[in-house]
Design a protein. Structure first.
Length: 64
């Protein structure tokens, strides 16, 4: 029975992404993060607002 020569497994090479293709997820996540900060900062619930406020102080993020 003939044997085949051993070769390394071929791994697919990803096509290079364009700048626009990389920017879409970055913009989406930036908008979601901004929306979360905005909603937590102006939350009607005092406990949610205070938790966000304390977190901002803990990470030295200006809030006033």
């Amino acid at each position: 029975m003939p044997t085949l020569p051993a070769s390394a497994p071929q791994t697919p090479i990803a096509a290079p992404q364009t700048v626009a293709a990389r920017m879409v997820p970055a913009v989406v996540f930036a908008l979601l993060g901004g929306a979360l900060l905005y909603l937590a900062g102006f939350a009607a619930s005092p406990s949610l607002h205070n938790a966000a406020h304390d977190t901002r102080h803990a990470v030295v993020f200006p809030c006033h």
